[in-house]
Write a protein that binds this ligand. Structure first.
Ligand code: ADP
Ligand code: ZN
Length: 536
């Protein structure tokens, strides 16, 4: 008897079909559970190995005479890749989507109806197609519908960032084929999204498998913008990632183009990518990024989903993402090969103000906006944190951990100072403006008044006569900006209108009274490291 005869069926499939010697993490448990006919909800980070969690049960159940597994996926490119790889490994798989000719689609349907097909990949909208449903009914009646896998399951949640309404219809899989096991998978789901997935996909009976969301090889760093963030980025790339592949995220198309061009001028192989570029050019840039070494892709968030490049060495943000889930997903594109990688973000006062304004000005319902604000606040708290970034990040996903030793705050703990007094000065200055004629002002003027700087505007409004004039001369402008940013991030100060004038929130009262203590980071230069000190 050879050694492989003693292996379980899934373990043998893992070796013989995929060529891997052992399951990773929760894979073995998930595969056993689903192969035996159980429902599962799988939360596993990007690169964790979600595909095998349904591919192996599909193969095992097909061998047991149970027919076809249907994999629902919204990503056409990924379907192509996976089907290609499966066929190459000798597993009969196919996809149905809009890219097929009717002849090709007919051929796939015949393979499916015969039960010969092991796995069928389909876009979510296909599930509500009456013709397709009739085919599923027929398979089901003949006992040849083996499994449903629902990939990117967070798309069913309106709270998430990739909501797709077609996903809502997937509850019918449970209603129509209650005895067919279902496995839903996602790489991103905080508690709210998780609850949504369970409810909307009718997964109340499913066993939930939560893998650690930690990506230990990713080093997190969030630096303060010093007025020239592009140059901070360039320094970061030159010092740590010369000739390595990376992604730089910017919020607007214009900024993407400007940044790519500027980096190019500085000798970095940078390419722009955003939804406004001609499709052929976009494809060309994507292909170069995937095939050539050391390309830096400067992109909006239109770039990334479904792009599987293992050796992305860094992801940089020049603008703040929407929330922690987006941050986690975007930074998660770095280091999928397990080698050391960096998640680097530059962040400043204007980012906070912009993101707040985007929420305020969006046409959404008020309680949706309130939800968005809460999520943004959590991200701001991460950016302002003086303790371990990873502890905060994992904590957001409900995972407890201890200081990681591989983030900027762990590697060079920021010096902090007690900004309680300074905060009170700043708040009372806004209060005085308001008392003194009801006028509102922006950050620049506020800081001039606090520092006692005699500008034309000060003279125009007679602000040198305010009791708060010059009460903050001991702090530098950058320090005042940090105090203000923190007060905005914490919601004590709100910004209004197109000039971002400042006003006090109700919660400012407690700070003014000295009831709330504020510890701020002293601005520092981020830690440097040589390539040799990388962790694997
Ligand atoms: P995800 O969908 O969770 O992002 P994938 O399913 O694409 O992850 O898997 C990521 C990579 O890890 C793939 O290259 C896959 O072949 C590999 N992989 C998955 N499971 C194993 C395993 N048990 N042993 C070795 N490699 C694995
Ligand atoms: Zn840390």
């Amino acid at each position: 008897m050879s050694a492989s005869d003693q292996l379980s069926v899934p373990a043998r499939i893992l070796q013989e079909v995929f060529g891997y010697s052992a399951f990773r993490g929760a894979q073995a448990d998930i595969v056993d559970h689903v192969t035996a006919g159980g429902d599962a909800l799988v939360l596993m980070p990007t690169g964790g190995g979600k595909s095998l969690c349904y591919q192996i049960p599909a193969i095992a159940r097909h061998r047991g005479g149970r027919g076809v597994a249907v994999v629902v996926s919204p990503l056409i490119a990924l379907m192509h890749d996976q089907v290609g790889a499966l066929e190459e490994a000798g597993v009969h798989a196919a996809f149905l989507n809009s890219t097929l000719s009717s002849e090709q689609a007919l051929h796939v349907e015949r393979e499916m109806m015969s039960g010969r097909l092991v796995m069928l990949y389909a876009a979510p909208e296909r599930i509500t197609n009456p013709r397709f449903l009739a085919q599923l009914d027929s398979l089901h009646e003949r006992g040849l519908l083996s499994l449903f896998a629902i990939d990117e399951a967070h798309c069913v949640s309106q709270w998430g960032h990739d909501f797709r309404s077609e996903y809502l219809a997937l509850s019918l899989l449970h209603e129509r084929y209650a005895d067919v096991p279902r496995i839903a998978l996602t790489a991103t789901a905080d508690e709210l999204t998780r609850a949504d997935i369970i409810e909307r996909l009718r997964l109340e009976e499913a066993r939930i498998f939560i893998s650690s969301f930690d990506r230990p090889n990713i080093r997190y760093a969030i630096v303060e913008k010093d007025g020239k963030p592009r140059e901070q980025l360039l320094r970061f790339i030159r010092d740590e990632h010369e000739d390595e592949a990376g992604v730089v995220y910017c919020q607007s198309r214009k900024k993407v183009e400007e940044t790519a061009e500027w980096l190019e001028g500085e000798g970095i192989k940078a390419l722009p990518y955003h939804a406004g570029l001609d499709a052929a050019l976009r494809q060309k840039h994507q292909d170069r990024f995937l095939r050539e070494d050391g390309i830096v892709m400067v992109a909006t968030i239109a770039f990334g989903m479904g792009i599987d490049k293992p050796d992305v060495r860094f992801v940089a943000h020049l603008d703040l993402p929407k929330n922690i889930e987006s941050y986690y997903q975007e930074t998660g594109r770095a280091g999928r090969d397990g080698e050391a990688a960096d998640a680097w973000m530059a962040y400043g006062l204007a980012d906070v103000v912009n993101q707040r304004r985007m929420i305020d000005e969006s046409p959404a319902e008020e309680d949706f906006k309130q939800g968005q604000r809460g999520k943004l606040d959590a991200l701001l708290a991460l950016a302002e944190a003086t303790d371990c970034r990873r502890v905060r990040l994992l904590g957001y996903f409900g995972e407890a951990s201890t200081a990681c030793g591989n983030c900027d705050n762990c590697l060079s703990p920021p010096a902090t100072w007690d900004a309680t007094d300074a905060s009170r000065k700043l708040l009372s200055c806004i209060y005085r403006f308001h008392q003194n004629g009801g006028q509102r002002f922006g950050a620049g003027h506020l800081i001039d008044v606090l520092r006692g700087k005699a500008t034309d505007k000060v003279a125009q409004y007679g602000h040198e006569r305010l009791s708060t004039w010059g009460i903050g001369a001991e702090l530098a402008e950058a320090q005042w900006r940090a105090v203000l940013r923190q007060l905005i991030a914490l919601g004590h100060v709100v910004t209004e209108g197109e000039y971002h004038t400042l006003a006090l929130a109700d919660s400012a009262r407690a700070v003014l009274k000295g009831e709330t203590q504020l510890l701020l980071r002293v601005p520092t230069v981020p830690p440097k490291r040589g390539k040799s000190s990388r962790v694997a």
